[in-house]
Design a protein around this ligand. Structure first.
Ligand SMILES: Nc1nc2c(c(=O)[nH]1)N[C@H]1C(S)=C(S)[C@@H](COP(=O)(O)O)O[C@H]1N2
Ligand SMILES: [Mo]
Length: 216
């Protein structure tokens, strides 16, 4: 075979792959994959993942503290929190352990409202989420201030169960699910970044599933 013939054969093979829609992984691209980031598989429902400590919080003792680089330091009791404007939204969830779950319906207070209520200072660039089980996770302010970030109290029309982070958890749909702190107790705005629990243990600082930002 001449060099020209060989080249034509290679081009034809590549054209065929293009027509078949082959991805880098060699797997044919199916329409549903447009919704599923690379390396993920779809599950139904919501698996439970945490450090094995599931705090049992009564609404009476529960509070959420908002502070750091803010004009006001707020401590919301359950009634204070529930008195804030409520937002409902549906999102897909992508966990770094490779499961994804479609169409999760959440209700709660939007991160944007929380930021407005506390008066976030221009110096703030990062957010630390702290939870009642000792868990922490850091989120860039750019991601936390997206219009789909919720401080949520209900899932699928019911109060969030204890194992999924009830009474209140954060939901950051655009990042891997470890950034969505369950049993949240404090939201702290920071001018400097600081790694959270998994970020100290090799997980990616940002965690965008569409860029496969899984580990450092
Ligand atoms: N407080 C707290 N939040 C947490 C965790 C945790 O251990 N503690 N685990 C994270 C991880 S790794 C995942 S995948 C999701 C799991 O949420 P789920 O159990 O509701 O599916 O919670 C995240 N938020
Ligand atoms: Mo996770």
């Amino acid at each position: 075979m001449s060099d020209d013939q060989l080249n034509e054969k290679l081009i034809a093979a590549k054209q065929k792959w293009a027509a078949e829609g082959r991805g880098l992984t060699g797997e044919p691209v199916k329409p549903q994959h447009y919704r599923l980031p690379s390396g993920q598989h779809l599950v139904t429902g919501l698996p439970v993942l945490d450090l094995g400590i599931q705090p049992n919080l009564s609404l009476k003792d529960w509070s959420l503290t908002i502070g750091g680089q803010t004009e006001r330091k707020l401590t919301w009791s359950w009634d204070d929190y529930m008195a804030q404007p409520q937002t409902e939204l549906t999102c897909d969830i992508h966990c770094v352990t490779t499961w994804s779950s479609y169409d999760n319906v959440w209700k709660g207070v939007s991160a944007r409202h929380l930021m407005e209520a506390a008066g976030v200072k221009p110096d703030a660039q990062f957010v630390m989420l702290r939870s009642y089980d000792g868990y922490t996770t850091n989120v860039p302010l750019k991601e936390f201030s997206a219009d789909d970030v919720l401080i949520a109290h209900s899932w699928e029309g019911k109060p969030i169960s204890r194992d999924h982070g009830g009474p209140v958890r954060v939901v950051v749909p655009k990042l891997y699910f470890w950034k969505s702190a369950k049993w949240v107790r404090a939201v702290t705005f920071m001018d400097k970044d600081s790694p959270g629990y998994w970020e100290q243990r090799g997980y990616h600082n940002n965690g965008d599933p569409w860029k496969e930002e899984r580990y450092w």
